[in-house]
Design a protein around this ligand. Structure first.
Ligand code: C2E
Ligand code: MG
Ligand code: MG
Length: 754
């Protein structure tokens, strides 16, 4: 049941109960009044009837009935009687067999003079005697009875007084001094009749009460509705709020109860708050959606950029920028895979190393552009021949041809069954190269020679296979009549540079044969020398200068790198210390560290060495390549942390962009600097995307708060491009080739003039 329904019911019940009580009270009062009125009127009539006492005294029944009729008039009586004091009934109304022949109200000695009034049951009278309906009650009906004494000053039992004398007594004295009860007048009316006779008085009042009650009910109903309607509305609003819906505001017409208005206001402000919160939520949601969209777009873009960058890095580090062929790095990796496959299938794999020594002459005579054009033409011819040749390749791959340093090409030959086939394939390639070529309007014929090696006959690893082909190539070079030479073990015994170098390295007197050169790193804007890199040189007693590219890998493979690396570090620190004595040194000296020497002992060795030579930790830089991450990444990072964070050494990643893990691991490495590999600068002039790529690397480094050094800047054009990128340092022949310690001192003195 609703609140207003309950309210209506309660208030209506209260109103009806009140009306009922009111009617009962009113009826009771009317009843009492009528009772009093009845007895009073009867008493007054008796008192003012002068003949009634004599009628009683002389026991005159016919007069008695007349008196009785007079006394009865005006009352709807059911029964009445005139009774002599000695008990004789003088008159009864109505007369008949059912009339009661004895008094109905019993008197005791004490109440003889009083008017008695009572309600009692009567057995011998029945309602309906006056033409009113009999009720057919099982019990005797109730009758309201009144008995009034008739008084006189004359003893009713005196017989000595005559009628006239009796009548002659003074009336006033008679009443005032009355002492004797002559008899009684008794009247009775059935209670039902009595109450019925009251109806005339009761009805208007009851009707009035009813009207008032009805009016009250109506008012209650109306009020309940006006009270209930907003409550109902409020309940709905509250339910809607609970169900997380957005309800409408409650609009109350004027004139409502103040409390209801207050509650309504509270609910309305909740609804408003809810609406605002919803709106804010919607706005937030759409903003968030927009933000998510834009973040997703940015992520997509960043992903695309990273993919692009990865692709470009791959291109720059694995392909020759001039010819677009694979470079040495890619060829070696590719070869390693092919050798494994060939070994599994018990097949041979041949390689041809082609040398076009005339290229250098063309470069000197006609310039680099022309030399590059020639190289591109040769590359195209080789590629065509490789595709056509069954022997060289059944399923040629782009990586099957590579351009090695400067004037060397390398071609892989699949499906070799005998050495002669490989030599024949190499000859066909030479024919292709020696076909006259149009350079600057004139036809020139280039001279070339080739060295052939076959895996697994001559070598099992890519490096050894290339070295074997190289040995064969040097043989071919010195034997003019033999353009193609196939590697053989005698050749190796005689002239294998590798084995000799390996042995020579083992026996080398480091202090006598090794020395360091220093290449300055210059800030392109200020011209300041920001550092110098120590580069190892080997002055071989018989061979003369051996470049590090020839012996470092041998030292690494034969376990000699730790000894050599330690010598380099100590010498670099000693040189730096000595330099400090004569000239203001650059901020730091950087030393290359091979992955082969990068272990826990190395970390301790570095700490000991800088202490020994009195270098501040920041005056020493270590250049590591990304290959330190090839083994245990966590261990490498832990060593780096010790060196960088605990000791305070400056750490650079050398040849950045040529390793696999460049972007993925960069953020995890505790480092200070990236050194962008020379291949990026080389690619810049022929490939504009290499510029963007280098810019991207610089931007990434900036994001990671790393400084950037670019290696291999040789020309003013390259310098201009790199300078525009805002790098921190440039290392290259443009500023200086690597210098001996003494020359470096002189360079530093002139540094301000750069
Ligand atoms: P790197 O550490 O990247 O050193 C830079 C190389 O680029 C040096 O070659 C330097 O002479 C050369 N370079 C610098 N500017 C130019 C330029 O403008 N044009 C050209 N064409 N080359 C330039 P270098 O001295 O032959 O060293 C080659 C590599 O040998 C070094 O590359 C480094 O990886 C390794 N190396 C040299 N010394 C050491 C050493 O003491 N320890 C170790 N572990 N490796 C060393
Ligand atoms: Mg280096
Ligand atoms: Mg480098």
């Amino acid at each position: 049941m609703t609140v207003s329904g309950r309210f209506t019911l309660l208030t209506s019940l209260t109103a009806v109960c009140s009306a009922f009580i009111l009617v009962i009270t009113f009826a009771y009062q009317t009843f009492e009044q009528r009772k009093v009125l009845w007895s009073s009127v009867l008493e007054a009539r008796i008192a003012t009837d002068p003949l009634l006492p004599s009628t009683l005294h002389f026991r005159n029944p016919s007069l008695a009935i007349q008196h009785l009729n007079q006394l009865n008039s005006g009352f709807p009586l059911d029964w009445s009687m005139v009774l002599h004091v000695d008990g004789e009934i003088l008159a009864v109304h109505p007369t008949g067999k059912e009339a009661v022949q004895s008094p109905l109200l019993e008197r005791s000695g004490t109440n003889r003079l009083e008017t008695l009034m009572a309600i009692q049951r009567v057995d011998n009278l029945e309602p309906g005697t006056h033409g009113k309906p009999k009720l057919g009650l099982s019990q005797p009906p109730l009758m309201l009875l009144v008995s009034v004494p008739v008084l006189s000053s004359i003893d009713p039992l005196r017989t000595d007084i005559g009628y006239n004398a009796y009548q002659a007594r003074p009336l006033s004295n008679d009443l005032a001094g009355a002492r004797y009860v002559n008899g009684y007048i008794e009247q009775g009316v059935f209670l039902g009749d009595f109450l019925f006779s009251m109806l005339g008085d009761l009805l208007p009042a009851v009707a009035l009460i009813l009207i008032i009650v009805l009016l009250t009910l109506f008012v209650i109903r109306v009020h309940a509705r006006s009270l209930g309607a907003p409550l109902l509305h409020m309940a709905r609003v509250a339910e809607a709020i609970d169900a997380e819906e957005l309800p409408n505001r409650i609009e109350l017409p004027p004139g409502y109860d103040e409390n209801i208005v207050r509650i309504t206001n509270v609910l309305n402000s909740m609804v408003d708050g809810l609406r605002q919160a919803r709106t804010r939520l919607d706005v937030d949601r759409s903003l968030m959606g927009l933000r998510v969209d834009s973040t997703a777009r940015k992520l997509d873009k960043a992903e695309a950029e990273i993919d692009k960058t990865r692709h470009q890095i791959h291109r720059v580090s694995y392909f020759d920028p001039v010819t677009g062929l694979a470079n040495r790095r890619l060829m070696l990796e590719h070869m390693s895979l092919l050798i494994q496959i060939a070994a599994r299938e018990r097949r041979h794999l041949g390689i041809v190393l082609l040398d076009i020594s005339d290229i250098r002459k063309i470069q000197e005579a006609k310039g680099r552009e022309t030399a590059d054009t020639v190289l591109r033409q040769l590359a195209t011819r080789l590629a065509r021949r490789v595709r056509e040749s069954d022997v060289i390749s059944h399923e040629p791959l782009a990586q099957d041809i590579a351009r090695f340093d400067g004037d060397e090409f390398c071609v892989v030959m699949h499906g070799i069954y005998e050495a002669d086939g490989a030599v024949a394939g190499a000859k066909r390639l030479l024919e292709e190269l020696e076909t006259p070529i149009l350079v600057g309007g004139e036809n020139i014929t280039l001279k070339s020679c080739a060295g052939v090696a076959i895996a697994p006959i001559h070598a099992r690893s890519p490096e050894d296979l290339v070295r074997a082909a190289d040995v064969a190539l040097s043989t071919a070079r010195f034997q003019n009549n033999r353009q193609v030479a196939l590697f053989d073990s005698d050749m190796d015994k005689r002239g294998s540079e590798r084995f000799q170098l390996e042995a020579d390295l083992r026996n080398a007197d480091f202090d006598q044969e090794f020395y360091l050169v220093y290449q300055p790193q210059i800030n392109p804007v200020s011209g300041d020398v920001v550092g110098m890199e120590a580069l190892l040189r080997w002055r071989h007693p018989q061979r003369g200068e051996v470049p590090p590219s020839r012996f470092i890998s041998i030292a690494e493979q034969t376990g000699q790198m730790t000894a050599i690396g330690s010598w380099v570090l100590r010498r670099a620190c000693a040189d730096f210390n000595a330099m400090c004595q004569v000239t203001p040194p650059p901020p730091r000296v950087s030393v290359n560290v091979s992955t082969a020497q990068f272990d826990e002992r190395f970390v301790d060795f570095v700490k000991g060495t800088i202490e020994e030579y009195g270098l501040m930790p920041r005056q020493l830089g270590l250049e590591l390549t990304e290959s330190i991450l090839v083994g245990s990444v966590d261990q490498a990072i832990s060593h780096l942390k010790t060196l960088h964070e605990e000791v305070g050494i400056h750490i650079s990643i050398d040849d950045f962009g040529t390793g696999y893990s460049s972007l993925a691991y960069l953020s995890r490495l505790p480092i200070d600097e990236l050194k962008v590999d020379r291949s990026f600068v080389l690619a810049m002039e022929s490939d504009p995307s290499a510029i963007q790529l280098t810019e991207a690397i610089v931007a990434i480094a900036r994001k990671m708060h790393l400084s950037v050094i670019v290696e291999g800047v040789e020309t003013a054009a390259q310098l201009a491009l790199i300078k525009a990128m805002g790098v921190d340092g440039i290392q290259g022949y443009y500023f200086s080739k690597p210098l001996t310690l003494g020359d470096m001192g002189a360079f530093l003195e002139n540094a301000g003039q750069i």
